[in-house]
Design a binder for this molecule. Structure first.
Ligand code: MSP
Length: 510
């Protein structure tokens, strides 16, 4: 039986154009997905678009389009960005697709038939941008406690989901599964929220029409979060439990931003409990990006568009920066200066120099051919051990979605490589004919360590890794077997490397 790995991003609203916040979650999922593939897993990586609801309906009206026209237009922008960013998703689900609508209706009907959805009446405060109802006591100055925008009082007939019924079961599940909600601070937040008590949840609306009708009562539209969350199973073919649904559910990890934690760790699991379906293994909420110290917003005109960043700095520099700069799970600040600093110091200096100098040396001393290494001296053994430990550390860190720490452990070995060259001084060995074997050994170690480095970098920076491996004479794609020391064969041709990342000097250009 092959090992499987299923990872998802939120499905993005089509009333907005993609910015670095969206790119961040999707990129993180891409790195995990590529890494798991490298490790031999069969991977299903899902992303998509959230196209129903009042928010989209209103945006379409404002743009003079039908909601579907708006969605078709914006979805293309997301998909083009994902291509440009090198996102290797397996499937892209749109909530307007038939396969999705069918699955949502099925789930709704199933929970309704069980008696866990009932018809009642609603009167509460509604925040349209967040598509969320609030009680009067939750409001702050009658504004939404999440986004601080005005709310409106709505009274309507509504279907309700008996969320309260699942409070104890959900609590027990969170308590018994410490990894279910990550990071820990988010888990604590949800634990106290659930302990305060769960109210039944309104799961239908009659105030607009852009959505999936309630089966058997099409005056009602299914609540957009009930609709949206279900994408994680409809994309697998639910309710058909053969095929992908049987194979990949429960999901290994739902990656989300911290603002949509409650939907994923309270609403979604209780829907699943009611439907008798297994719960996600893990929900991980990352932090938010600010820009040069400020909240990113259209009104401040400081929205950072990934397209512009990629054009300016290159796709791999952007991929590297976003995952290296801020520990996943914490908030972070984006600035051009920080990005340029990372490019110059980590990519051009550390990574690029190591490759340039070592491939230049092997060309100068051995005509670009890998020589058989002799017995390893203590300094070589220490360097080899560091390289091997890195493989383990990256694995452990990525399992915890600690992207930044994984990259840090790779950079420790890159620095160790530069130091190793300084200490072994191949230029001195080259002058002494009796040191030929020693020189061959040093060259072997420094090239082999880098081969493994580029294997591990391939999920993060696929293009750079392919280049690095080309210079190192490696043909084929990185795989698990190649993570062990000794894969570099004697006789391999090494190409003198061009700089991988030219330094960015012109500060006035920032
Ligand atoms: N459609 C819902 C998700 C439904 S999932 C079943 C939604 N869409 S969204 O387009 O508004 O946001 C998608 C993701 O982008 C969220 O995870 C959110 O946290 C993330 N981000 C939006 N702005 C962000 C930042 N400034 N920084 C980091 N991530 C941010 O919510």
């Amino acid at each position: 039986m092959s090992r499987t790995f299923y990872i998802t991003t939120p499905i993005y609203y089509v009333n907005d154009v993609p910015h670095i916040g969206h790119a961040y979650t999707t990129l993180a999922a891409d790195v995990m997905s590529r890494y798991k593939k490298l490790k031999g897993y069969e991977v299903f990586f899902l992303t998509g678009s959230d196209e129903h609801g009042q928010k989209v309906e209103k945006a379409a009206l404002a743009a003079g389009e039908t909601p579907l026209e708006l969605a078709d237009r914006v979805v293309k922008r997301f998909q083009a960005l994902w291509d440009k960013l090198g996102i290797s998703y397996t499937d892209f689900i749109r909530t307007t697709q038939e396969r999705h609508k069918k699955g949502v209706s099925h789930l709704f009907e199933k929970v309704l038939a069980k008696g866990d959805i009932y018809l009642g009446e609603y009167e509460d405060w509604y925040c349209t941008p967040c598509e969320t109802f609030w009680t009067e006591t939750q409001l702050i100055d009658y504004k939404c406690p999440d986004c601080n925008r005005p709310t409106e009082k709505l009274k309507e007939e509504s279907y309700f989901f008996r969320m309260s019924k699942y409070q104890e079961q959900l609590l027990a599940h969170i308590e018994a599964n410490p990894d279910f909600i990550q990071p820990k601070s988010r888990r604590n937040e949800i634990l106290s929220f659930v302990k305060e008590g769960l109210r039944d949840l309104s799961v239908s609306r009659t105030s607009f029409t852009w959505g999936i009708p309630v089966p058997g009562n099409d005056k009602h539209i299914i609540y957009v979060w009930f609709d949206a969350l279900t994408n994680y199973i409809t994309a697998l073919g639910y309710p058909d439990d053969g095929g992908n649904f049987g194979k990949f559910w429960p999901v290994d990890v739902h990656l989300i931003g911290k603002d949509i934690l409650r939907f994923h760790t309270v609403y979604w699991p209780t829907f699943l409990l009611a439907a008798g379906l297994p719960l996600p293994n893990k929900v991980f909420a990352h932090g938010w990006w600010t820009v040069e110290g400020q909240k990113m917003s259209k009104s401040l005109q400081n929205v950072v568009e990934p397209n512009m960043l990629i054009d300016k700095y290159g796709v791999d520099a952007v991929r590297y920066f976003l995952l290296r700069e801020v520990p996943f799970g914490l908030d972070g600040d984006f600035s051009h200066a920080a990005l340029v600093h990372r490019i110059n110091s980590d990519l051009a200096n550390d990574l690029g120099n190591l490759l340039s100098r070592s491939t230049a040396m092997v060309n100068k001393y051995f005509g670009g051919t890998v020589q058989a290494p002799g017995a390893l001296a203590e300094i070589d053994l220490a360097y080899k051990a560091k390289t091997e430990a890195m493989v383990e550390q990256v694995d452990v860190n990525l399992d915890e979605l600690a992207f930044s720490r994984a990259l840090q452990s790779i950079w420790e070995v890159i620095s160790a490589g530069n130091k190793y060259i300084d200490e072994t001084a191949p230029w001195t060995l080259a002058k002494d004919p009796s040191q030929q074997e020693r020189l061959a050994t040093v060259m072997y170690c420094v090239l082999e360590s880098q081969r493994i480095i580029y294997f591990l970098l391939s999920p993060f920076m696929p293009k750079t890794a392919a280049k690095g491996l080309y210079y190192l004479g490696w043909q084929g794609t990185p795989d698990e077997a190649g993570l062990g020391w000794g894969g570099l064969e004697t006789g391999t041709g090494i190409v003198k490397a061009e700089p991988l990342f030219p330094r960015i000097e012109d500060k006035t250009d920032l």
